[in-house]
Ligand binder design. Structure first.
Ligand code: PMP
Length: 456
């Protein structure tokens, strides 16, 4: 695959220094708070990935509403990161906030170990959107994936799962795996622990490599394939025509369950890619966006999987068996999910958000064309991301090969210093219901300025 356009390294280094200095002088309170944080927090942060923000310290925020975030130094940003999809419904969406207040203040009850009346309503709405009849809830997408894989292995009585190289499905042991240079499975470099050797649990193929998938499923030892319908965690890698049909067909032929993770690809529409592309998975997992920012994940299963779970007499699903979460299915999360589904992430909201992302994509494309850059931008519904290569990657490895940490850092810092936030780990932009054409056009301007600085 062609290398893209990369700036002169010396020039990039000095541009990064300029932006770092500007960031430092504009954000004294964030720096002070980070110093204070270092005294009590491991690495000075509530979560390790928060060190990934492009400034030398993370921005500390004070307010967030719609697609705007205000930091503790008083700067207001257009937020295209939107909590890496956790805030895709916008920050603190009105209907979700009202439902949360009603639940916890007017009626009371944050966690009770009992179902609330919102639970069947949310289950029914997810069933309508994704076409799978039965659902249960977790606190995160990670747990939804973890439990989905356990259940698949239990009812299938097969040892392996298959995932794609450069996938991300949360901190689920079986999925923190990669293809080594010789094509064998290895723990993903840097994996912490490390977990049980994934050679014992996991097979890995390149996304879009149907022949390899068929080969790896042929001995019927794989309980389930877990995949996003398009990879979204190494930039966006779209499925090639026929790949998902071929994958579904290979799963059916070998009795392998297909688990589709719609945590990010919900960007494609109200029922994610599953509905938009007419997919027929056995299991769907979701999280992040569902509660409008309040923690909740969910997994949905087909009638066949539900029947197999009901018929299984050996698995201890209720007690010690490894499916759990005392706070999962709590009334606060479910009230938030009900409101978010019914009043925030509606059909109409998606069609506006997708139109904004199309405008974003066209704006970025125009800048790339005008500068004759070997970069490209890929859109998936209300999500768009640029890659530093001339045409969209077809596999995780191709996408991984063009990651450029310095260039990423520069693009993020440049945008941040001009009032615009992109997702820390990506060059990804997400639209929420409040994102306007003006916000998108501001991004295009800033992107053009950054390109001019780098290559002009
Ligand atoms: N699935 C996908 C596709 C993800 O990208 C992520 C996180 N980025 C997860 C699952 C896990 O989500 P969480 O960290 O909220 O559990």
């Amino acid at each position: 695959m062609d290398r893209g356009s990369f700036p002169d390294r010396r020039r990039l280094g000095s541009l990064i220094e300029q932006e770092r200095a500007a960031f430092q002088s504009a954000n004294p309170r964030s720096h002070r708070l980070h110093e204070e944080g270092r005294r009590s927090l491991i690495g000075g942060v509530p979560m390790p990935w928060m060190t990934e923000w492009a400034g030398d310290v993370p921005l500390y925020f004070s307010e967030a509403r719609g697609d705007r975030i205000t930091d503790v130094d008083g700067h207001t940003y257009i937020d295209f990161g939107l909590g890496d999809t956790g805030a895709m419904p916008g920050h603190s969406p009105g209907a979700t906030v009202d439902a949360v207040i009603d639940r916890i203040k007017a009626r009371g009850g944050i966690t009770t170990m009992m179902p609330s009346e919102d639970a069947p309503v949310v289950g029914a709405e997810l069933a309508r959107r994704f076409g799978l009849p039965y659902w249960q809830f977790t606190l995160s997408a990670t747990d939804a994936n973890r439990f989905a894989l356990r259940m698949c292995r239990q009812i299938q009585q097969r040892p392996y799962v298959l995932v794609f190289n450069w996938c991300y499905h949360g901190s689920v042991d079986e999925t923190v795996a990669a293809l080594g240079r010789d094509g064998r499975v290895i723990p993903r470099p840097g994996s912490v622990g490390p977990q049980v050797d994934p050679v014992a649990t996991t097979r890995v193929a390149e996304f879009n490599d149907l022949d390899r998938v068929r080969h790896l499923l042929a001995d019927r030892q794989v309980a389930a394939v877990l995949t996003e319908p398009a990879l979204t965690n190494v930039g966006i890698v779209l499925p090639q025509p026929g790949f998902l049909d071929g994958l579904t067909e290979a799963c059916r032929r070998t009795g392998t369950l297909l688990v589709i993770d719609e945590t990010h690809t919900i960007s494609a529409g109200p029922g994610g890619c599953t509905a938009a592309w007419g997919l027929e998975p056995d299991v769907v997992t979701v999280g992040k966006w569902l509660g409008g920012g309040v923690p909740i994940g969910a997994y949905g299963v087909s009638q066949r999987v539900a029947d197999a779970l009901a018929a299984d007499e050996t698995g201890d699903y209720e007690d010690w068996g490894g499916i759990g979460g005392t706070l999962a299915g709590n009334p606060l999360s479910l009230a938030a999910a009900r409101a978010t589904l019914h009043d925030v992430l509606t059909e109409a909201a998606f069609s506006d958000m997708i139109a904004r992302a199309t405008r974003f994509t066209e704006g970025v494309e125009a800048v790339i064309d005008q500068a004759r850059l070997g970069w490209c931008v890929v859109q998936l519904g209300c999500r768009a991301e640029y890659h530093f290569c001339p045409s969209p990657p077809r596999t995780g490895s191709q996408a991984g090969a063009v990651i450029d940490d310095d260039l990423d850092r520069y693009m993020h810092l440049f945008a941040m210093n001009r009032g615009l936030l992109m997702t820390p780990f990506h060059n990804m932009a997400l639209m929420c219901p409040e994102t306007t054409d003006g916000d998108v056009d501001r991004h295009t301007e800033i992107f053009a300025e950054a390109v001019e600085q780098l290559f002009g």
